[in-house]
Write a protein that binds this ligand. Structure first.
Ligand SMILES: [Zn+2]
Length: 84
């Protein structure tokens, strides 16, 4: 049997094997940030800030059970724009 695939925000297609029920799903994306530090001419630290905008480094397609963290038996289809 082929593993089902869903888009984010779609209903959970199969129950968690461990819970035996539909408990919801979660996923973790690795996000690449830039943090800029500014120093004065004497070398002293002035301030730092995260650059505007987050760049996705890697979007995960693997969902885990919201309740027990078990790996769920379906895949997530990830789009560039999605409401999270
Ligand atoms: Zn579970």
């Amino acid at each position: 049997m082929k593993m089902p695939s869903i888009y984010v925000n779609d209903p959970q297609p199969v129950p968690c094997d461990v819970c035996g029920d539909f408990m919801g799903y979660k996923y973790s994306d690795m996000i690449h940030h830039h943090y800029t530090s500014m120093h004065l001419p004497d070398g002293s630290y002035e301030m730092g800030a995260y650059d505007d905008g987050n760049n996705y480094y890697r979007k995960s397609s693997t969902p885990f059970c919201y309740s027990c963290n078990a790996k769920l038996k379906f895949k997530l289809i990830r789009k560039q724009q999605e409401s999270v």
